[in-house]
Design a protein around this ligand. Structure first.
Ligand SMILES: C[S@@+](CC[C@H](N)C(=O)[O-])C[C@H]1O[C@@H](n2cnc3c(N)ncnc32)[C@H](O)[C@@H]1O
Length: 246
């Protein structure tokens, strides 16, 4: 298998479901911020979530945005099943949920019968390379209604070795803190260390991960025609930004 053929596996989906409660910094705050940003843009129509994973954000969108459908797309069967199950168990139910298996790099899933009110994604767009992100941002601009918002949470590429070192230390600190506050011990942090997830410490990246810098994201979003491109939160080499289709 060549580097470019490397695909996210179901084993990685299972590991992610085990470790992400520790490994995703300020996860609850991130979800609340994304939902608020979508809600503030008066998202009353359909919302797309790209690579929904196990459906935590999906369930929050369904619960807090009472109108419109949520299109939750992902490439993993087990993640899509987890998303459907979580939504079915949530107070909002799953009547407005539409799931679909996709390859994020393909473009066939980016066309919708009606313009979207919002598009969101968490920790997945970094699986696209630079040109892939540019094309995605242009396709999302085309898919959104005027006034529609794109909210992106993702890992970014620090622009310097010093930036990588700071991101690595901050990420360890965040995971350590989450393990202690969730479980009262460091087992979750040790599992994160054993899994060697802190790629800011790696000399070379896994070819499945292709993070770009914050500035590149801003440039590509503006090039696509987005306005109000804004950074809302960042720590440990991970950011949340939003951009509006005028
Ligand atoms: C790091 S997880 C993030 C999941 C979730 N959005 C979250 O924030 O917890 C990455 C997700 O991207 C999905 N994924 C990875 N590569 C993909 C691809 N080529 N096409 C579609 N989905 C992909 C995985 O199945 C997984 O659900």
């Amino acid at each position: 298998m060549s580097d470019t053929d490397r695909r996210w596996s179901e084993t990685e989906s299972a590991t992610y479901r085990d470790l992400s409660r520790y490994a995703v910094p300020q996860r609850e705050r991130q979800i609340a911020l994304i939902v608020d940003r979508v809600g503030a843009a008066a998202a009353t129509g359909d919302v797309l979530e790209i690579c929904c994973g196990e459906g935590l954000l999906t369930a929050a969108l369904l619960q807090h945005l009472p109108v419109g459908r949520v299109f939750a797309f992902d490439g993993s069967d087990s993640m899509l099943a987890a998303t459907r199950e979580r939504a079915a168990q949530s107070p909002a139910g799953s009547d407005r949920l539409i799931t679909r298996k996709i390859d994020i790099a393909e473009r066939d899933w980016r066309r919708f019968e009606a313009p979207l009110s919002a598009a969101v994604s968490s920790l997945a767009v970094h699986h696209l390379d630079g040109p892939g992100k540019r094309t995605l941002f242009a396709d999302l601009h085309a898919a959104l209604a005027p006034g529609g918002v794109f909210v992106l949470a993702d890992v970014v590429q620090p622009a310097s070795a010093a930036g990588s070192a700071i991101a690595a230390d901050l990420w360890d600190q965040e995971v350590r803190g989450r393990a202690l506050s969730l479980d009262g011990n460091l087992d979750g942090f040790e599992a994160f260390r054993r899994a060697d997830w802190n790629h800011f410490r790696h000399a070379t990246l896994d070819p499945i991960d292709k993070p770009s810098t914050v500035v590149e994201h801003f440039d590509w979003l503006r090039d696509a025609g987005f306005v109000e491109v804004d950074l809302h939160w960042m720590t440990a080499g991970q950011m949340i930004l939003s951009a509006v289709r005028p």
